[in-house]
Design a protein around this ligand. Sequence first.
Ligand code: BTN
Length: 256
Amino acid sequence: MTMAQSPVFLGKNRIRLSEVSSTNDFLQDLLSKTSPIEGTVISADSQLQGRGQLGAKWFSDSYKNLTFSVYLEPVFLAASELFYLSKMSSIAIVIALQRLYPKEKFLIKWPNDIYHENKKIAGILIENALQNDHVKHAILGIGLNVNTENISTHIPAATSLYDIFHSVQDREYVLDQILTCIEELYSSLKTKDFTTIDNLYFDNLLYFNQMCWFELQDGQQKQGKVVDIEKSGLLVVEWPCLERESFDVKQLKWIF
Ligand code: BTN
């Protein structure tokens, strides 16, 4: 895949905030009052009430990390193709990090977390609006742990670029690379090149086709392997008896 050096349309309208409750909420509010151009990027040095998936909170030290939201209008996507936004954003972060740090391995933990050596380094919260059976707009909210030191002392299963490289990283430069990658992959999505996106997602998926342990909603622990992802985003696990079962994110947990 060829990459431009800097994004062309993503971030053309760039709003940098020193403090905000949540960049996703700021963008939602902006949308209710104005018509931001597609590709608008809101970033904040300090996010006081960052939101994560499934109603969780997203904690991020002020002036240390990346917390930003990207506004897109993927009207060409049917509601049934919504999971491609998750795929695209997680691949973009992984590719950007791999380009910046080629010696390290960054992978996607389904559905859209970014991991380095079994520790989470970035998370994505996508909020979208549908019109009829198509996507009207989407907000991609991304949090990446960049310069927090010893992050696992506050968040046990997390890591940061600082903790991997033991040196301070340039947040703006990292952001620029991520936006460049989102822009590139978004143009593949626009042409409905789903095969490219699917292949990149599977190529960078943590534990794909490997036996691992899962905990089901009823507390039962089982070994199985991820063999597919449904179009809707459900994870398809194959058990040793070769039976396959599909799960959403609330229905099973990985045991590392
Ligand atoms: C997750 O739970 O993994 C998703 C975390 C998403 C956090 C980002 S930070 C920028 C944007 N604003 C928010 O309030 N949340 C997202």
